[in-house]
Design a protein around this ligand. Structure first.
Ligand SMILES: CC(C)(COP(=O)(O)OP(=O)(O)OC[C@H]1O[C@@H](n2cnc3c(N)ncnc32)[C@H](O)[C@@H]1OP(=O)(O)O)[C@@H](O)C(=O)NCCC(=O)NCCS
Length: 112
């Protein structure tokens, strides 16, 4: 599952609730879910999307980096008093349907 929330540009849209059942991971399902979410956001004119990942979740960080998200440098506490931190990642969306997303940087994600 995944959800996206629109915001009034230039504020970034938000992506969260990303989860794939453990039995079905590494089959491209997460990528498809994000792709569909980004497709919707682009269709309604959103310019960028951001999300937060708990910093200890290296797998999730790798996943989002692979899809073209990049750290913004912003971090925060997971919740008041928690020793865990969360890291913000961001992805620029394009209104041009032919443009690739995440073509710059390490991501291999191609927008089709
Ligand atoms: C993160 C998560 C959503 C990925 O879903 P998935 O369906 O397994 O992801 P995909 O198969 O589409 O992976 C796409 C790419 O992301 C990267 N990736 C995915 N899982 C990864 C992992 N565990 N370690 C490193 N890279 C990973 C890979 O590059 C992968 O491409 P490849 O398999 O061709 O190498 C899933 O592992 C999950 O639900 N984790 C627990 C919940 C969670 O951490 N959610 C995010 C919280 S912010």
């Amino acid at each position: 599952m995944v959800f996206v929330r629109c915001e009034e540009p230039p504020a970034p849209a938000f992506l969260g609730g990303m989860w794939v059942h453990p039995s079905f991971r590494r089959r491209g399902i997460g990528r498809i879910l994000v792709e569909r979410g980004l497709e919707f956001l682009r269709s309604v004119g959103q310019c960028q999307v951001s999300l937060w990942v708990t910093s200890v979740h290296a797998d999730a960080l790798s996943f989002y980096r692979r899809l073209g998200f990049q750290e913004t440098g912003a971090t925060a506490s997971l919740r008041p008093g928690s020793p865990l931190t969360i890291t913000e990642l961001n992805l620029e969306l394009s209104r041009n349907p032919q443009a690739g997303i995440g073509n710059e940087g390490p991501a291999q994600y191609k927008w089709t």
